[in-house]
Unconditional design. Structure first.
Length: 364
C-alpha cells in the first residue's frame, strides 16, 4: 500500500490548540469496525459501550518536562535541549538547537546555573549525548526548569502543565502524552469500574518518533522508531482471565495497543514482559489480543492512522475522518476521541451533537 492512501483533508482550524475545560466533555465518535457504521456521542458516555467482564488497558506513562531552554557557554547564546532517552550516568540522548553550535565538547547551562551540561557525543542521526551536572534529584531539577514538550502542531502556550498528563500517569519517561487517555477523569474511571469493567495498566514511554511522518512512498519501507514498554504481572493475568471469560480487551490509545501486541503470543496469551518495541501495525496485520480501541484522531499519512486502519479497515477509517471533518470534530492531541469496536450497541445520539445534516448546515 502507498503512504498517500492514508491521506485526508483537514482544515487547520480543526487542530485543537488547547484542552477543553472538562476532560470527559470531548466528543466521542463510535465506529463499528465490521460495518463502518458511525454514531456521535460524548466521552462521558463511554461506559455505555463497555460490558461487565471487559478490561480496559491504560498506559500510565508520565510526560517529562523534557524541554530545556538555556545558554551556551561561554558567550551566552540561546540553546534548547529536548531529552529523549535516559542512557544512565546522568547522560541523556537529546535533540539540541542550534545544532551547528553544539558539537562535541560544547557546554551549556540552564536556569541560574543550577543545571549544567556538556555534549559528549554526536550520534549518526544527529542526536546528541548530553551529560548533565546538578545537585539533588534530576527529576526535581527538571520539574523546576523544564517545559512540557508539546507537539509541533500546537502553537498555544499550555497554561496548566497537568492537562498534558493523564489523571492516572505514574511512571516518568515519555516525551509526548498517550493522548487517548487525556479524556478520562477519576469519576469516569470509577463509573467504568462500578459497571464491572476491570482496569489494567501498562507502561510505554512515548518517543518523539510518534510525530515523525512516513516519508517512503510504500508503507512497508518505513523504519519504525523504538519505544520502551512494560507489561506487569497483574496486567498479564487480567488479560488472560478476561479472554478466558469471553470478555473484551479494550486498549486506550495506540501505545497500549502496541505494548500488548508486541508481547502477545500467537494465541493471545500474555506473559509479564519488558523491553524495547518497534512493532509497526498496518493493514494486513492480525491482532492477537486487542478487541477494541479508544483513540484520538491522528495525523494524515502517519503510522497511527495506519494502525487504526488495520483494525477497522482503511475505507471505514477514512470515511469516519471525512465525517469528523464535516461534523467539526477537534483533531490530534487535545482533540476528540473515537471508540472502535464490533457490535456497538445502539444508544441515542447526544442531543447536543445533531446529526450530520444539521451540523453541516450549522457550519456551512
Amino acid at each position: 500500500m502507498k503512504t498517500k492512501d492514508f491521506d485526508y483533508y483537514l482544515p487547520e482550524e480543526l487542530i485543537a490548540q488547547t484542552p477543553l475545560e472538562k476532560r470527559d466533555e470531548s466528543r466521542l465518535m463510535c465506529l463499528d469496525k465490521e460495518t463502518g457504521e458511525l454514531s456521535h456521542h460524548h466521552f462521558y458516555e463511554l461506559p455505555d459501550f463497555l460490558n461487565p467482564g471487559d478490561c480496559l488497558i491504560l498506559n500510565n506513562s508520565r510526560v517529562l518536562p523534557a524541554r530545556l531552554l538555556g545558554q551556551r557557554l561561554p558567550g551566552g547564546g540561546a540553546c534548547e535541549v529536548l531529552l529523549l532517552i535516559d542512557r544512565g550516568d546522568k547522560t541523556w540522548e537529546c535533540i539540541v538547537r542550534p545544532g551547528k553550535h553544539l558539537r562535541k565538547g560544547a557546554k551549556m547551562q540552564f536556569g541560574n546555573g543550577e543545571l549544567k551540561a556538556e555534549v559528549v557525543d554526536v550520534l549518526p542521526d544527529g542526536n546528541r549525548m548530553v551529560k548533565f551536572d546538578f545537585k539533588g534529584i534530576f527529576l526535581e531539577v527538571l520539574e523546576h526548569l523544564g517545559k512540557m514538550p508539546l507537539p509541533p502542531y500546537i502553537k498555544e502556550e499550555l497554561q496548566d502543565q497537568e492537562r498534558y498528563q493523564t489523571v492516572y500517569s505514574k511512571v516518568n519517561g515519555s516525551a509526548a502524552a498517550p493522548t487517548a487517555g487525556l479524556h478520562f477523569t477519576p469519576e469516569l474511571l470509577e463509573k467504568i469500574q462500578a459497571k464491572g469493567v476491570n482496569i489494567g495498566y501498562v507502561t510505554l514511554h512515548v518517543g518523539l518518533g510518534t510525530f515523525r511522518p512516513v516519508k517512503e512512498d510504500d508503507i512497508e519501507q518505513h523504519d519504525m522508531h523504538s519505544e520502551y514498554c512494560v507489561i506487569p504481572p497483574e496486567t498479564a493475568t487480567l488479560i488472560n482471565e478476561t479472554k478466558a471469560r469471553g470478555g473484551r480487551v479494550i486498549c486506550v490509545g495506540t501505545t497500549s495497543c502496541r505494548t500488548l501486541e508486541s508481547w502477545a503470543q500467537e494465541d493471545g496469551h500474555m506473559e509479564p514482559s519488558a523491553g524495547w518495541t518497534s512493532i509497526y501495525i498496518y493493514p494486513g496485520y492480525r491482532f492477537k489480543v486487542m478487541d477494541a480501541l479508544v483513540t484520538n484522531f491522528h495525523l494524515p499519512q502517519s503510522t497511527l492512522i495506519m494502525l487504526v486502519s488495520a483494525l477497522a479497515g482503511r475505507e471505514h477509517v477514512l470515511h469516519a475522518y471525512e465525517e469528523a471533518v464535516k461534523e467539526r470534530y477537534r483533531f490530534f492531541s487535545f482533540g476528540d476521541a473515537m471508540f472502535i469496536a464490533s457490535e456497538i450497541p445502539k444508544i441515542g445520539e447526544n442531543s447536543e451533537n445533531p446529526d450530520v445534516s444539521t451540523v453541516s448546515e450549522e457550519n456551512s
